[in-house]
Design a protein around this ligand. Structure first.
Ligand code: ZN
Length: 528
């Protein structure tokens, strides 16, 4: 739009300039006299200028004619293609010039110019496999979907550029959100170029999103064959896919074959916690507690995780707290120094009402890694030991603003997920969820933190040593995440699940432990 406006303005300016120049020349007196072979011509200034222009044109034509004459001579001498070459050479030159200009325009980010040059080059060169790429790229640059699509369709028709065309169309469909067509195009592109890494990844992602797990495993296998992924990553991803395949069906009908898939996934990647959890549940479903125990123990040795402890508790749901403590010793011994193991031990001890042992199990976690879960456990321990209400509330207050500890976090977009998923629900990346600590956002409960000491009342100030001081509460709030961990709520019922822990259950907010809820609980407690 702007370009054509500039063109029109330039044309008007050129015409005006020429007219003005011509008018000036007619005003000028004098001229030139040319005497040649007895003829004498007198030229006015304007005629002189025109004559010079004509002469230049004649010279150029003569030069061209000479080239043609030379080609003709070659032709007469027996070079059959000399004349046609002379003509095509000049076309070619113009074509490649246009092509070159188009590439420069593309690199300069001038999409419109690139498209125009691409079309011009096509007129001279008749090489759509090159010029269509230029047009398509230029159209993509200015967001002209229709032109780009037309160019990609032209490219699909040519053998050499079929892949480029299919890929271009696929990316357009992906951008539009038409995943069904995009998947078909991705499959086509994959057939054309099975070793193309981007196509493999796109297809894998689309298949995982569409829950086409067996298709995704085939793509992964192709990826492994092309050597694009390290072996251990392939094994892990295959485990994720096998697991997803199993999980989809377990939801409906848990056939033996599907359970075996989960177990296979666990065999492929024993440190994949969801696989271990599902494998153990599969064994439990057929009453094989020995194998279920073994699966959990092996996974715990690789990576202690609350989900594993939960399934381990499900092995014997009816046992009392003492029996449970005894049975869990297998896990507690496996990784005794891991913070997850220490928190699990503390939880079990609280359930067994051995509060001093629970405090000992936590060790220095309160100082070194005071997550919401650790602080909530401390509140439960203090309540169990019969501490003052204010002390318990102090710990809970701190828990409210403490970091959440490890969660299922997407490595790609850092979204936090409540459960493990094969595909991130936010950025749709495949196999990116890891059990890590989410980046603390730095935002806090804006009013809440400042209000907390007031809500809790004078109790905090009056309390003894183990209670965090008001300043400390504020300090924790400065770096903590706005939401306390769901684990704080889930930690206790998860492993005890029994009735013998009345004391702790009063302290720990149950169910959906959002900030607002916890705050409300603190308020109610404060009013008692
Ligand atoms: Zn993500």
């Amino acid at each position: 739009m702007l370009l054509s406006l500039i063109k029109i303005l330039a044309f008007v300016a050129a015409v005006a300039g020429l007219t003005w120049g011509a008018a000036r020349l007619t005003d000028v007196t004098g001229g030139a006299e040319i005497a040649m072979a007895g003829y004498e011509v007198t030229l006015g200034p304007l005629q002189l200028v025109l004559a010079i222009a004509l002469l230049a044109l004649l010279g150029w034509l003569l030069f061209k004619a000479l080239g043609l004459l030379l080609a003709l001579l070659h032709f007469i001498n027996g070079d059959d293609t000399a004349v046609s070459r002379w003509f095509s050479r000049s076309r070619e030159r113009k074509g490649y010039k246009a092509l070159g200009d188009g590439l420069v325009a593309l690199a300069a980010g001038e999409g419109e110019a690139a498209m125009a040059k691409g079309r011009k080059a096509e007129r001279y060169l008749r090489r759509p496999e090159i010029t269509s790429i230029l047009v398509a790229q230029g159209a993509e640059l200015v967001g002209d979907r229709k032109t780009a699509e037309g160019a990609y369709r032209d490219l699909v028709k040519i053998d050499r550029t079929r892949f480029v065309g299919v890929r271009g169309l696929m990316r357009q469909r992906l951008a539009e959100g038409d995943t069904d067509t995009a998947m078909k195009l991705a499959q086509k592109a994959f057939e054309l170029k099975p070793r193309h890494v981007e196509t493999q990844d796109t297809l894998l992602r689309l298949q995982a999103e569409a829950h086409d797990w067996s298709g995704a495993r085939a793509t992964l296998e192709a990826k492994r064959r092309s050597g694009a992924l390290p072996r251990n990553v392939v094994r892990r991803r295959d485990a994720v896919l096998a697991l997803s395949e199993a999980r989809d069906v377990i939801d409906e009908t848990a056939s033996i074959e599907m359970r075996e898939k989960a177990i296979e996934a666990n065999r492929l990647s024993p440190d994949l916690i969801p696989a271990a959890v599902m494998a153990a549940r599969s064994y439990l479903a057929v009453g094989n507690t020995r194998y279920a125990t073994r699966v959990i123990r092996k996974a715990w040795e690789a990576e202690p995780h609350p989900d594993l402890a939960q399934v381990f508790a499900e092995i014997a749901p009816e046992e009392d707290a003492q029996a449970r403590l005894k049975r869990f010793s297998v896990l507690l011994k496996a990784r005794p120094d891991h913070s997850e193991t220490r928190m699990l031990e503390a939880e079990l001890m609280i359930a067994a009402e051995q509060f001093n042992e629970a405090r000992r199990a936590l060790g220095d976690l309160v100082e070194t890694d005071p997550t919401a879960r650790v602080l909530t456990l401390m509140a439960a321990i203090e309540r169990g030991r019969g501490a003052d209400d204010a002390v318990v509330r102090g710990w809970l207050t701190r828990a409210l603003t403490a970091p959440r500890g490890p969660q299922w976090v997407c490595e790609n977009c850092h979204n936090v997920h409540p459960h493990w998923e094969p595909v991130c629900s936010n950025c749709h990346a495949f196999d990116t969820l890891g059990w890590t600590r989410p980046a603390e956002s730095g935002t806090t409960l804006p009013r809440g933190t400042e209000m907390l000491p007031l809500i809790v009342g004078g109790g905090v100030g009056r309390a003894e040593a183990p209670v965090p001081a008001v300043a400390e509460v504020r300090e924790a709030g400065a770096t903590a995440s706005p939401l306390p961990a769901r684990d704080a709520a889930a930690s206790m019922p998860r492993t005890n699940g029994d009735k013998e822990m009345d004391e702790a259950e009063i302290v720990v907010p149950q169910g959906d432990n959002t900030a607002a809820r916890s705050e409300a609980e603190v308020v109610t407690e404060g009013r008692k």
